[in-house]
Design a protein around this ligand. Structure first.
Ligand SMILES: *Cc1c(COP(=O)(O)O)cnc(C)c1O
Length: 376
């Protein structure tokens, strides 16, 4: 596969870890990030090499963590389209991916690498889409998924995970409570903990979103990326992709300002941003139609907040009625039915334009993270 993967590095204390054995968090509690020999990748990967490769997730294989091509698993994921709206907003539409959300990216690479490391059973808490994606790719890889899902999450996800052969447990409480159950499973049954950022490779899958954006923008990045943020993996992944491609010499302009969008019903990152904190505080009693971004306390919160600071970005919370309004307006006006999380991003872009934070003529890209059809 010619991966340039060298080691894992703690995002908190910088400690170095072996990438070729199963790893979860650093002993200091920090999530681990995959690191590559970027000098070597620079020799192997350039625009003319890319032009000859199929439009799939593995186009950027030098910067992905799988060593042996036999461990690659695919459900036919392809480059997703960028759809412009009449007001100039550009929508990277992730709904055509397998299992109907961009969670497929994290699961495709995460499961491939877990298989390479000899894993048989994976476990994770989910508000729905991650569970479905990991269940699907686990089934494809001959592995078993164990999923804990809050009772308030849309019930279609329970059916979806069950159909895909996962063991599904419905939990009274939030995703944080589901996470506690998964921690017990991991301790008692030895399952591979695939919770957000508790293994290093989901981020690497989400990175493919950043690779695609860079390539679709012909290496001249948009001015602003608006991202509906729950655990923040997608935002961290897109940013990591841009930085790695920059080190390879692909980029011709500055890194975009990142905008983290949450719902006013669950906005721990927005509150931390407004209070100029470097970490968030647990959000009590989350309540929003945008389940995918209903995460009371993200383990990678400090990384998200660091990226917002470093790129001159911001964080903004959108009420559910504005999410519904944006969704209806874009569905009827543009024929594009956004998921609630995507609609939150669209509403945020609108609000930031009105407030003057987004200037006329700036190129703004938002991510529609999944299919609307699961939430109707
Ligand atoms: C998981 C999810 C998100 C949030 O993704 P993170 O990378 O965890 O911030 C947003 N939208 C949808 C539809 C999701 O399923």
């Amino acid at each position: 596969m010619s991966t340039a993967l060298t080691h894992l590095e703690c995002s908190k204390c910088g400690a170095r870890h072996d990438a070729d054995i199963e790893q979860h968090l650093c002993s200091c509690g920090g999530p681990l990030l995959a690191r590559y020999d970027l000098k070597r990748a620079r020799v192997l990967l350039n625009a003319s090499v890319l032009a000859q490769r199929p439009a799939d997730l593995w186009r950027f294989r030098e910067l992905l963590p799988v060593r042996d091509g036999q461990n690659v698993i695919s459900l036919g994921e392809r480059t997703t389209p960028i759809v412009p709206l009449s007001d100039g907003l550009l929508v990277k539409d992730e709904s055509p991916l397998p299992t109907g959300s961009f969670k497929a990216r994290g699961a495709a690479i995460g499961i491939a690498r877990a298989r390479e490391l000899g894993v048989r059973d994976i476990a994770l808490p989910t508000n729905g889409n991650a569970g479905a994606a990991w269940a699907a790719y686990a089934a494809r890889a001959g592995m078993r998924a164990h999923v804990a899902i809050p009772a308030a999450a849309p019930s279609i996800h329970v059916r979806e995970c069950t159909e895909l052969g996962a063991e599904v447990r419905v939990v009274d409480g939030t995703i944080a409570d589901a996470g506690k159950l998964v921690a017990r499973w991991v301790a008692s049954d030895g399952y591979y903990d695939a919770s957000t950022l508790k293994e290093p490779y989901r981020i690497e899958g989400k990175k493919t979103l950043g690779f695609e954006i860079a390539e679709q923008f012909e290496w001249h990045l948009p001015d602003i990326v608006v991202y509906p943020t729950g655990g923040g993996v997608g935002l961290i992944g897109i940013h990591k992709a841009f930085e790695e491609l920059r080190a390879l010499g692909f980029m011709s302009n500055r890194t975009p300002r990142f905008v983290a969008v949450q719902s006013t019903g669950c906005a721990p990152l927005v509150r931390a941003w407004n209070e100029r904190r470097t970490e968030s505080v647990l959000w009590e009693n989350p309540n929003t139609v945008a389940y995918g971004i209903s995460v009371p306390k993200a383990i990678g919160d400090f990384i998200v907040l660091r990226i917002l600071r470093e790129t001159g970005g911001t964080a903004i919370a959108i009420p559910d009625d504005a999410i519904d309004e944006a969704r209806r307006r874009i569905a009827r006006g543009a024929g594009l039915l956004l998921c609630p999380e995507g609609a939150a991003a669209a509403a945020a872009a609108d609000e930031l334009r009105k407030s003057g934070w987004i200037h006329d003529g700036e190129r703004v890209l938002m991510i529609n993270t999944g299919s609307a059809l699961k939430c109707l």
